[in-house]
Write a protein that binds this ligand. Structure first.
Ligand code: SAM
Length: 410
C-alpha cells in the first residue's frame, strides 16, 4: 500500500486526505476493509454489537417499534450499512423471531451494504450458515444472497443505490466514521486543503496546499468558526439518498457513531491492536477513522425534507430503550459468577460516560408524516342509530419514537 501511494503521489502530486482514506480502506485489492476481519478482541477495535447482545436486541425492538409507528406496512426491509461481522443484524433477527406474532404476515427481508468480500463471508456464515451463494458475475448488484434459518431472504450489495426501493428501516453503526473526510486549515490567506505528500525519504507527510482546491472552495460553510475542519461529502450524499428514500417510500434510519455537533477539529486517527496508530504509518495495516459531524448530516437530511431526532448520547438512547431492565433480567437468571461479571462489564462499557456512553451518539431520520400530529377528532355523530354514518373518533395519536421520546424534532 505504501509503495502504491508513493508511486501515485510522485506521478500526480499530493492527494487529498479523502483519497488517502479511500485508497487505504477500500482499495479493491489491498484495502484494509477488503481483506481483513478486524473486529473483536483479536482485531484492531471492538464495537458495541460485539460487546453485548443486548445492544442489538434493543435496536431490534426499535425497528419493530418504528414499523408499528409507521402503521404496520405489509413489507419491511431491514437495511444495514457496513454490517461488520453481522452481529448486530443477528441479534436484531433473534428479536424479530421472538416478536413474530406481532409482525403477523409482514413480508420481511434483509439487505446488507458491504464493500468487503471478506466480511460479507463472515456475515453470511453467521446469518445464513451454508445457505448462501455468490453471484455468477462481478457486475450483479446483488453479489451474494442467502436465506436465514427463519427463512428470510438476505442480500448483499456494494452500494446503497442497489438496494430495492420500499418501506425500509436503515441502520448504520460505525459506518459513517469510516467514510473519507477532507481536511482544511484556516490560514491568513483563507481556507486551504491539507493533503498527503511524500518527503525526500519516500515517507508520507501532511502538507497544506498553497492555492485553493475545488474542495476548499466548495465544502466550507460561510459562517465556519473553527480553524481546522473535516468534511465528509460522501457521508452527506449517503444521508441525502437515505432521506430521499424515507421521504418517498416511508421508513426510518438510525445512525450511531462517535461524533460531535460541528464543534471538533482534528479527529482523524488510526487504530491497530486496540491502540492509537499514526495515520500515515504503514498504511493498510490499521483502521482509519474520523468523528462524524452530526450537524453536517442533519443539514444534508433537512434539505431533503425528513425529520431528524438527535444526536442523543448512547447512554440516554439505551436507557430510553430499557437497557437497565434488560440487564436486570439477564443478571437475575445468571448464576455463573464469571458471566455476571462480564454482563456488568459490558453494561459499563456501553453506557458509562468514561467509555461509549457519551462519545457515541444516535441520530434518527424519519418521514415527516411519522411525527405529524394526529388529525383532529371529528365531532361526535348526531344520534341517528338506524341508518347513521359510523364516525371513528378513535384516530390514534402517533406513537412516540422509541429511544428519543423526550426530544423535539427538527
Ligand atoms: C467500523 S466497521 C463497523 C462494523 C459494524 N457496523 C459494527 O458496528 O460492528 C465498518 C464497516 O463498514 C464497512 N464499510 C466501510 N466502508 C464502506 C463503504 N464505503 N461501503 C460499504 N461498506 C463499507 C466495512 O467493511 C465494515 O463492515
Amino acid at each position: 500500500m505504501l509503495r502504491h501511494l508513493v508511486t501515485k503521489i510522485k506521478a500526480t502530486g499530493p492527494i487529498s486526505v479523502a483519497e488517502y482514506m479511500r485508497e487505504v480502506l477500500t482499495n479493491p485489492v489491498t484495502g484494509y476493509y477488503v481483506n481483513n476481519d478486524m473486529l473483536g478482541p483479536d482485531g484492531d477495535f471492538i464495537t458495541s454489537p460485539e460487546i453485548s447482545q443486548v445492544f442489538g436486541e434493543l435496536l431490534g425492538v426499535w425497528c419493530v417499534s418504528e414499523w408499528m409507528g409507521a402503521g404496520r406496512p405489509s413489507s419491511l426491509q431491514l437495511v444495514e450499512l457496513g454490517p461488520g461481522r453481522g452481529s448486530l443484524m443477528n441479534d436484531i433477527l433473534r428479536v424479530l423471531g421472538q416478536l413474530r406474532s406481532a409482525l403477523g404476515q409482514t413480508e420481511l427481508s434483509v439487505h446488507l451494504v458491504e464493500v468487503s468480500p471478506r466480511l460479507s463471508q463472515v456475515q453470511a456464515q453467521l446469518l445464513t450458515g451454508a445457505q448462501n451463494q455468490q453471484a455468477d458475475s462481478e457486475d450483479q448488484p446483488v453479489y451474494r444472497h442467502g436465506t436465514s434459518p427463519a427463512g428470510l431472504p438476505v442480500s448483499w450489495y456494494r452500494q446503497l443505490d442497489d438496494v430495492p426501493r420500499g418501506f425500509s428501516i436503515f441502520l448504520a453503526h460505525e459506518f459513517f466514521d469510516a467514510l473519507p473526510v477532507h481536511k482544511f486549515q484556516r490560514t491568513p490567506r483563507g481556507w486551504r486543503e491539507v493533503m498527503v505528500d511524500v518527503d525526500p525519504e519516500d515517507q508520507l507527510r501532511f502538507v497544506i496546499i498553497p492555492a485553493p482546491t475545488l474542495a476548499s472552495s466548495s465544502l466550507i460553510q460561510v459562517d465556519e468558526k473553527r480553524d481546522h475542519v473535516e468534511v465528509c461529502p460522501g457521508g452527506g450524499v449517503i444521508v441525502q439518498r437515505l432521506s430521499n428514500r424515507i421521504a418517498e417510500d416511508g421508513g426510518a434510519a438510525l445512525i450511531a457513531d462517535y461524533g460531535h455537533d460541528g464543534t471538533k477539529t482534528d479527529t482523524f486517527r488510526g487504530f491497530k491492536g486496540h491502540r492509537l496508530h499514526p495515520v500515515l504509518e504503514a498504511p493498510g495495516s490499521a483502521d482509519l477513522t474520523a468523528d462524524v459531524d452530526f450537524s453536517y448530516l442533519r443539514k444534508m437530511a433537512a434539505r431533503r425534507g425528513v425529520a431528524c431526532l438527535g444526536p442523543l448520547p448512547q447512554r440516554d438512547f439505551l436507557r430510553n430503550m430499557g437497557v437497565d431492565t434488560r440487564m436486570q433480567v439477564l443478571l437475575r437468571s445468571c448464576e455463573d459468577p464469571a458471566r455476571r461479571t462480564q454482563l456488568i462489564h459490558s453494561y459499563d462499557l456501553l453506557t458509562s460516560p468514561d467509555h461509549m456512553g457519551l462519545r457515541f451518539q444516535f441520530l434518527c431520520l424519519l418521514a415527516q408524516s411519522r411525527l405529524a400530529p394526529a388529525p383532529p377528532r371529528p365531532a361526535p355523530a348526531p344520534p341517528r342509530p338506524a341508518q347513521g354514518l359510523k364516525v371513528d373518533d378513535k384516530t390514534p395519536a402517533p406513537l412516540p419514537v422509541a429511544g428519543f421520546s423526550e426530544l423535539t424534532f427538527s
